[in-house]
Write a new protein. Structure first.
Length: 124
């Protein structure tokens, strides 16, 4: 129970520093990004018709660097895409070009996320 309380307090402390002047938490490197969660839309049954075009959309975004990570959920419908930018209007413009969104196969939710990582133990 003490471990859970420490985790919650540590998370709250980390979140409390989430502004541009925050500086990164000690031992961490952080970056603000926009995450997009795809969920089934009204035309979800048309997924197989548009998935190839969706994958091409993701491939182009990954190659250009607009998208950092993308992939489906393994334990249910939907997936996430992590955009390497914080301008939600720009991300929304891109997301609306995704064939799954344009064809209403999926809808989406968008959030800004402070993505943090630590350096590997070997320092590389």
């Amino acid at each position: 129970m003490k471990t859970m309380a420490a985790l919650v307090l540590g998370t709250c402390a980390l979140l409390a520093t989430a502004d541009d002047k925050r500086g990164d938490p000690e031992g961490m490197s952080c970056r603000d990004v926009v995450i997009v969660r795809y969920v089934d839309g009204p035309n979800a049954d048309e997924f197989s018709t548009h998935v190839a075009d969706h994958l091409e959309f993701l491939r182009k975004g990954l190659q250009s660097g607009d998208i950092l990570f993308a992939g489906p959920l393994q334990d249910g419908p939907g997936g996430y895409t992590v955009y390497g930018m914080t301008d939600k209007k720009k991300v929304e413009k891109l997301v609306r070009q995704d064939p799954l969104i344009a064809k209403k196969v999926c809808t989406y939710e968008m959030n800004t996320w402070m993505m943090c990582k630590t350096a590997p133990a070997d320092g590389k």
